[in-house]
Design a binder for this molecule. Sequence first.
Ligand code: FAD
Length: 291
Amino acid sequence: GLVADLRDAQRRFSVEFSPAHDEEGAQRQWRAVERLARLRPVFASVTYGAGGGTREGTVELASRLAARTDLRPVAHLTAVGQSVPQLRGVVRDLLAGGVTDVLALRGDPDGDPRAPWRAHPQGLQHADELVRLALAEGVRSAGVAAFPLGHPESRDLDEDLRHLLGKFAAGAGFAIAQLTFDVEDFLRLRDRLAAAGCTAPLVPGLLPVTSPKVLEVTRRLTDGHEPSWLQRRLAPFLDDRGAFREEGVRLALEDGRRLLAEGVPLLHLYSLNAAGNVETLVEELGLAGPR
Ligand code: FAD
């Protein structure tokens, strides 16, 4: 299963896609999917809702990955704007499409991380409940989100850790950490989990910031926590696309090497629906999976 594969030292990366917004995007994405499938990632995750594309798009893309490629899809799923019966329906649709693993998230109101959270009146309040729902419907594994700097709604890191442990107690098999450019922040979260006796795989994210546009995406993926040194380090290259890309890749390679040396189970690579940057990282870091 997925969680066992996360512990397999020969398997060293996963990749993330988002449902495309139009037909042209979908075709471009599929070409990237086919190229990246050849590198044999442990899993390919598909984002869900709001910033992550439509819900139907997630079920469709994840099912397509299951049916037409060797990739193991992990479908993100959120509790936003859906009743419990609707959520059960989404999980059943995923299972019917051959998608057996999910990343269970609470989500943000209409994709706005700053708006106050309001559960659907017949819905769920937190991700731990969604973990239970998905497992009860028969998914093989449910992963969850973890926050190296704490979730913005948590009072402090202790409270944040308690709730993360609550998600594992609900049956989560692994966690993907929110993207961070400070490896130390990730390692501190890993230490807190270990100190609490939790041995579930915690996967760090890695995004090569290869253009000013990607730098914008970074702000969203880190809840505005992208470090000021990242801006400073990339600022000299704003007028030179090639040099900017090189520096972005160099930065990601530095973080990737450091994380691998620290013994992380694997690196979760954000593809932004393109293959090139992921291929570069996989090649330079030697991440391709076993045949
Ligand atoms: P929760 O675990 O429910 O946590 C939310 C807050 O409530 C935290 O402060 C937590 O400490 C607290 N809490 C948790 N459990 C309890 C409890 N039982 N009782 C009281 N308080 C509790 N969003 C999308 O819309 N689509 C995506 O595809 C997507 N993918 C993501 C992938 C990753 C790797 C990450 C890190 C985030 C992703 N998100 C996505 C964003 C995510 O939905 C938001 O960050 C959301 O605000 C929190 O989701 P969560 O699952 O951590 O929620």
